[in-house]
Design a protein around this ligand. Structure first.
Ligand code: MN
Length: 242
């Protein structure tokens, strides 16, 4: 009888979610925006930000926490969940919600109310060597976003050598599943722009260039291992010259 009671308590805990305190599952939280919800106007309206962040992103957070509760995924980082679930045909719901959580966390933290100066330093060098000019890069990126069929994301991503790529991802995809580090991500799901731009996705993408915080993008590039690799290559080149 005592065992049955314990089973009942455990089952109740499982169905109410309080099992997480038993499994020590790290539950994900809705990130706080690093700016007021009206700070990105006119590019993104207060209403659009409040619904996108407070409803859509909140939904992904809640879904993911529910889906991974008491599973091995509960012991993984968000990036690890995306990569692991991508390789399992049984875990597409976890992949979709984890991908969207990772994507939106990167998206909402890459904007600054007044925008910023264009990238400098090694990120600027990498953009120039890949696309010839900053304007060419922006043109290619916007074109890629306009042409993506259906819902998805456009990414500026880097490989381990620091070479840059513009990557189209369908639905909740993220370049981490290709071994790339995401630097800048534009959400081209209709929910990201329909309130402010109706069906005009190109206008939405073009407006975002005014609010990108390139310092954040540079920090992501510099913390992706590029600096260390560049230093190692420089040291190797110097050593070879000796
Ligand atoms: Mn979105």
């Amino acid at each position: 009888m005592a065992i049955l009671n314990i089973c009942f308590i455990l089952l109740t805990a499982l169905t109410t979610g309080s099992i997480d305190s038993i499994t020590n599952a790290p539950m994900f939280e809705l990130i706080s925006l690093p700016y007021p919800t009206d700070a990105l106007e006119p590019a993104l309206s207060q209403e659009a930000i409040e619904i996108h962040h407070g409803k859509h992103l909140k939904g992904y957070v809640d879904n993911l926490n529910r889906l991974i509760s008491a599973t091995p995924y509960a012991r993984m980082s968000l990036t690890q969940i995306v990569i692991a679930a991508d390789s399992s045909i049984y875990d597409s719901a976890i992949f979709n919600n984890a991908g969207q959580l990772l994507n939106h966390n990167l998206y909402f933290t890459q904007f600054a109310p007044q925008g910023s100066n264009p990238p400098q330093g090694i990120l600027a060098d990498a953009i120039y060597s890949r696309w010839g000019s900053f304007d060419n890069f922006k043109r290619e990126f916007s074109k890629s976003g306009s042409e993506l069929f259906g819902s998805g994301w456009i990414w500026l991503a880097t490989d381990h050598e620091g070479t840059l790529y513009i990557i189209q991802e369908a639905n909740g995809g993220n370049p981490v599943t290709k071994g790339l580090t995401p630097l800048l991500g534009i959400d081209v799901w209709e929910h990201a722009y329909y309130i402010d731009y109706r069906n005009r996705r190109s206008d939405y993408i073009n407006a975002l260039w005014d609010i990108i915080d390139w310092q954040v993008v540079e920090q992501r590039y510099e913390s992706s291992g590029v600096v260390e690799n560049s230093c190692q290559q420089a040291i190797k080149a110097l050593t070879q010259n000796d």
